[in-house]
Design a protein around this ligand. Structure first.
Ligand SMILES: [Zn+2]
Length: 232
């Protein structure tokens, strides 16, 4: 069971950078929530925690301590940049382990590729800095700076689909590094009912309802998605 710790930068009385009607603490909340939703929906073999469920105020030391005390396998801190620049960058500590650097490499690639589906995003590179959360954490740790809140980048940061894609890319990067098994998902190209090589027929039941209306609703839903369905 791998343990994933996702840190939402800033929060509570510390909004982080503020510009263009945006607050860094809200954006990091959105990105991490999307990452967690995606992990939950697509992978198994892990547990995850975040530094704050809502808008709590936390020190940097508290964030690192939470991950250390839990024994997390990876620590990822999501932030939004400020200073009127443009683009995406990631950080590890100057004394980063090989595993931290591997996490930085995989996250950097996944996130940048996701961002570039929305336009030309500048790659500011894989960097090193003596940030408290990177210094104080005992596991592979990476901090992401997801565009600039106070430049033209804000246009993308106002796009919910962009935040979702960035969050999901964080999730894919983490899953890749940890080698998380993917959840099996039926798709229309793999019918739910298939003859095995020995000629047996296996059926999959997807729901049981006391109210026939609910059963009909689900059957309708399945038909729309291309699965033959019957109510028994
Ligand atoms: Zn920040």
């Amino acid at each position: 069971m791998k343990k994933i710790f996702l840190d939402k930068g800033h929060g509570g009385s510390d909004p982080g950078a503020v510009a263009n009607g945006l607050k860094e603490k809200d954006l990091t909340h959105r990105i991490v929530e999307y990452a967690m939703d995606y992990l939950q929906a697509n992978y198994t073999g892990f547990a995850m925690r975040t530094s704050r469920k809502g808008d709590e105020t936390l020190t940097l030391e508290q964030r690192a301590k939470m991950a250390n005390d839990w024994g997390a396998d990876v620590f990822i801190s999501a932030h939004i940049n400020a200073g009127k620049g443009t683009g995406f960058e990631t950080y590890v500590h100057p004394n980063a382990s090989q595993r931290s650097i591997a996490l930085q490499n995989v996250l950097h690639g996944e996130i940048l590729a996701a961002m570039r589906q929305f336009g030309n995003v500048v790659d500011r590179g894989k960097k090193r800095a003596n940030y408290a959360v990177l210094r104080e954490t005992k596991m592979p740790a990476v901090l992401t700076e997801n565009l600039f809140i106070d430049s033209n980048d804000a246009k993308l940061l106002k796009n919910e689909a962009f935040l979702k894609a960035v969050g999901e890319a964080h999730a894919r990067g983490i899953a890749k590094l940890l080698g998380l098994p993917q959840k099996a998902k039926p798709t229309p190209s793999q019918p739910q009912q298939q003859k095995s090589s020995d000629g047996k027929l296996y059926r999959v039941q997807v729901g049981a309802f006391s109210d026939r209306k609910n059963a009909e609703r689900l059957a309708e839903e399945l038909k729309k998605k291309g699965y033959p369905s019957i109510i028994v």
